[in-house]
Design a protein around this ligand. Structure first.
Ligand code: C2O
Ligand code: CU
Length: 518
């Protein structure tokens, strides 16, 4: 065990972790703490405290188009619209964002959607944004037409229009929903929210289980000195060729440095969700004996974890035991990227102490819905990732034309999958319905990637790096620089499924493709 003391924020360290936005995103990934170093220097101290008015004025002036076609049937509404959010600490200006709302003003993160496993989720997306949008239900093994993967499974919904989503959520776990059109801008502006599918069999409150659960949506924002989003860098090719468009302010449930109250002696299930567009988050909960119980919604045999590594779009369910003598406020820490751990949420003792559980931790009930891969009869496929700064690629095909790196870059492409940048015309591969696909992924670049497959969960078979454990079942996997990783899944969900890097500026600049099933 690393001495846990090193995880505490050094005295005098500002409780706001911010980086210089102009820095390169590259870090050495050997020890997995990739991403933009969060520098201990506080942007918030230099924030202009003037009252914020411009954003609010801009929002009230926004034209809302008539949508008579949408007022007929009553599906619960999920409205995407500009709003304001207090991302920076109190006393600093609110930030103009784009967010989801069920009624009234939008929230950061979006309103929690919660169903039981096997139940339907029905939402009418109403687009009050100035751009077309679509909602993707990340990690749900969904019916293809409801996947929200514009433009592959539906056309993006224009401003003033809507789209009805109606699907079953088959597997329990921690998920999220987010925009899937211009995600590198729309998710970065705030269009993301938690989606919780409750366990089939009772778990919470059972002997050895947690008595309470808490969803923690972690995000990363690129703010300027007025706490406004830096808006001129959505298509920043320099950032895209590095670690992506990284932020400088980490929020927990939409707030900078919130206080989370915990009763001494209680056992709590934390549902951690990384909704950042680029930041890999190494997390730690010193003094709380964190044990991992699920990854990307899928249960794992409980294991002690010193740190939890969450790439963009990944989730982890972690059980913590709050000690009876929690005195000095504990905290959720993030590796600032330079080996310095900084606090992003305080955990303070509050309420009546509980009798700590004597029971061994109860594992989550198994899904029972996922077919085991048949490796003896698998279809073998490969995915080679190339491009980015410092390594690049000699050439790749973009829109049917072979181009050199310079020409690709002039088309906004700096990455390729299997020699094709943004290959949306033809699938990377096709699989018959029910066939096991064994996919060997090789990262020939100098940056890590968070590879996400739509419509399926996969088993991690083997790896050359230290990021993943064999047997883990996930929907998004981190692959470090120059690593090889093998996964397998049963292609049992018919349709066209996107496969992309969830560092959304990498997705925008070439790391994007799809596969066909059935
Ligand atoms: Cu979470 Cu294709 O996305
Ligand atoms: Cu990537």
């Amino acid at each position: 065990m690393t001495p846990i003391k090193t995880l505490f924020t050094p005295p005098g360290n500002p409780r706001v972790a911010l980086a210089d936005p102009s820095r390169d995103g590259h870090t050495d990934l050997d020890h997995l703490t990739s991403g933009e170093p969060l520098i201990g220097k506080s942007l918030m101290t230099s924030l202009n405290r003037r009252t914020f008015v411009a954003g609010a004025a801009a929002i009230s002036g926004m034209a809302v188009l008539p949508r008579s076609a949408l007022v007929q049937e009553a599906l619960p509404v999920l409205r995407a619209a500009p709003s304001m959010a207090q991302l920076a600490p109190a006393g600093f200006p609110a930030t103009p964002v784009w967010s989801y709302a069920t009624q009234g003003a939008g929230l950061i993160p979006g309103p929690e959607i919660r169903v039981r496993a096997g139940e339907r989720i029905r939402r009418r997306l109403v687009n009050d944004l100035p751009q077309p949008t679509a909602v993707h239900w990340h990690g749900i093994r969904i019916e293809n037409a409801m996947d929200g993967a514009a433009p592959l499974t539906q056309a993006a919904v224009p401003p003033g229009a809507g789209f009805d989503y109606d699907f079953v959520a088959p597997d329990p776990g921690t998920y999220w929903y987010h925009s899937h059109n211009r995600g590198w801008e729309q998710v970065a502006r705030g269009l993301a929210g938690p989606l919780i599918v409750e366990d089939r069999a009772p778990w919470l409150g059972e002997p050895g289980a947690a008595t309470r659960e808490l969803t923690l949506v972690l995000d990363d924002w690129l703010l300027d000195a007025n706490a406004e989003l830096v808006e001129d860098r959505w298509d920043d090719l320099h950032a895209a060729a590095h670690g992506g468009r990284l932020g400088n302010t980490v929020t927990v449930n939409g707030a900078a440095y919130p206080d989370l109250e915990a009763r001494p002696g209680e056992r709590v299930r934390l549902r951690l969700i990384n909704t950042a567009t680029a930041r890999i988050m190494p997390l730690a909960l010193p003094g709380l004996s964190p044990r991992l119980i699920a990854l990307d919604g899928h249960p794992v045999p409980p294991r002690d974890v010193e740190t939890i590594l969450l790439g963009p779009a990944q989730r982890a369910d972690v059980v913590v035991d709050v000690p009876l003598d929690l005195e000095a406020p504990s905290a959720l820490f993030i590796d600032a990227g330079n080996g310095e751990w900084v606090s992003i949420a305080a955990i303070a003792a509050g309420g009546q102490p509980l009798e700590p559980s004597e029971e061994a931790l109860l594992p989550l009930p198994a899904w029972g819905t996922l077919r085991a891969p048949d490796l003896a009869a698998s279809q073998r496929e490969t995915l080679v990732m190339e491009g980015g700064a410092m390594r690049g690629m000699s050439e790749a095909v973009y829109r049917g034309e072979t181009m050199d790196f310079r020409e690709l870059a002039s088309n906004g492409m700096v990455w390729a999958f299997n020699g094709v940048a943004h290959g949306m015309d033809t699938p990377m591969f096709r699989a018959d319905l029910g066939r096991t696909v064994q996919l060997e992924m090789t990262n020939r670049s100098m940056f890590p990637h968070a590879i996400h497959l739509h419509g399926h969960h996969f088993e991690v078979l083997a790896r050359s790096g230290a990021l993943n454990t064999s047997g883990d079942v996930r929907d998004t996997v981190l692959i470090g620089a120059e690593e090889t990783l093998e996964i397998a899944f049963v292609a049992d969900n018919p349709g066209k499924w996107m496969l992309h890097c969830h560092m959304l500026s990498h997705q925008a600049s070439g790391m994007m493709g799809w596969f066909g099933v059935g």
